[in-house]
Design a protein around this ligand. Structure first.
Ligand code: ZN
Length: 355
């Protein structure tokens, strides 16, 4: 299919099931869409679109989709692009082995060029699964990731992975102080935020409450009642610009903290099933938390298909609950106001959960 538009070109795509994901959740069973250069100009029934627009433009391309489904691009809200080259290096191990003996040695030996190539490969796979935007969970070279994103044409929220303390850190990471880490984040924000014609942003993205050991460690070292979320609430870190990855081991009080602060959660079903456990997604949705989906990195999943994650999210949560009860509750959440780009995933996820 020709995708590059020449100036003033108009493309009509028709004979498609169009799932708009707009505020009215409109679905056209036999729909058509008019695109002028890079903007959607009209959308409606195929017959109406063809009769209104097919004679108006000189430089016109008409594409018959033969009943295929057309919907907005997916957003993958938790992916480690730098780990793409490490697919398959950490199967069948627990999280601590995964980190200490497989992933940290791999990532700490990467170069900026390795990160660039890894992000390029990851991006190609993301595009293949219908993703147009992703949130990077953190690697070492934001400059390498940014070079790749610029070339790929995707939108991305990029972050550097930072650790100012921890047992077993690779030597090259173990010397960073808290101030070094914060300074580095500020410099990366200055350098990369809003670059690539606005396609690249930087953000705050954190792995939170992944395994029970994490909560035990925080309880023992920070003197809080439950775990990471309780500690973050105590130090006033929970804000509406925080994307919290996984967030599996949280209790009802902590779900309340996340909800009140407007924290967004990225649910990664495949990664959960491999190593972490099942997050209380129904409870989070019912408390008004914006929950989206992520694939996590290649060594946590061995694939980058967001459609597979929707399928797994649906089954996991039906397995945890009475499916009929779950379906009704999720259906009622269609009326939640939109949350910018995150809403797309949430609605897609809900739609599948109610099938
Ligand atoms: Zn992750």
């Amino acid at each position: 299919m020709e995708t590059k538009s020449s100036s003033n070109s108009v493309t009509i795509i028709h004979n498609a099931m169009i799932v708009t994901m707009d505020p009215e959740s409109r679905v056209f069973k036999n729909g058509g869409i008019v695109i002028e250069q890079d903007k959607i100009k009209a959308i409606g029934q195929s017959s109406d679109i063809l009769s209104q627009f097919s004679s108006l433009a000189h430089n016109l391309q008409i594409i018959d989709l033969h009943g295929h489904i057309l919907l907005p691009g997916f957003i993958n809200t938790h992916v480690h692009t730098s780990q793409q080259l490490g697919r398959g290096i950490a199967d069948d191990v627990d999280l601590m082995t995964w980190l200490h003996h497989r992933i940290w040695p791999y990532e700490s030996n990467m170069t900026e060029d390795d990160s660039y190539l890894s992000t390029l490969l990851c991006g190609i796979e993301l595009i293949h699964s219908g993703v147009t935007c992703f949130a990077e969970a953190g690697g070492q070279y934001v400059s390498g990731m940014a070079r790749a994103v610029e070339k790929l044409g995707l939108r991305a929220c990029l972050t550097e992975s930072i650790m100012d303390t921890g047992e077993g850190l690779p030597t090259s990471w173990a010397t960073r102080t808290t101030d070094d880490c914060i300074q580095s984040q500020m410099e990366l924000y200055e350098k990369h935020n809003n670059t690539a014609d606005g396609r690249i942003r930087t953000g705050i993205h954190m792995h939170i409450a992944e395994i029970p050991y994490e909560n035990q460690f925080v309880k023992g070292n920070r003197k809080v009642e439950h775990g990471t979320v309780t500690h973050l609430e105590k130090i006033d870190f929970l804000q509406n610009n925080l994307l919290s990855a996984h967030t599996v081991w949280v209790d009802d009080t902590e779900i309340g903290f996340l909800s009140r602060a407007g924290v967004k959660v990225s649910h990664c079903p495949a990664s959960a099933m491999r190593m972490l456990g099942f997050a209380p997604i129904r409870e989070m949705l019912e408390s008004g938390i914006c929950v989206s989906l992520g694939t996590d990195g290649a060594p946590s999943n061995n694939r980058m298909s967001i459609v597979d994650e929707m399928y797994l999210a649906s089954l996991i949560n039906k397995g945890r609950e009475d499916p009929l009860k779950l379906g009704k509750r999720l259906t009622s959440l269609w009326s939640i106001p939109t949350h910018g780009p995150w809403f797309l995933f949430m609605t897609a996820f809900q739609a599948l959960c109610t099938v």
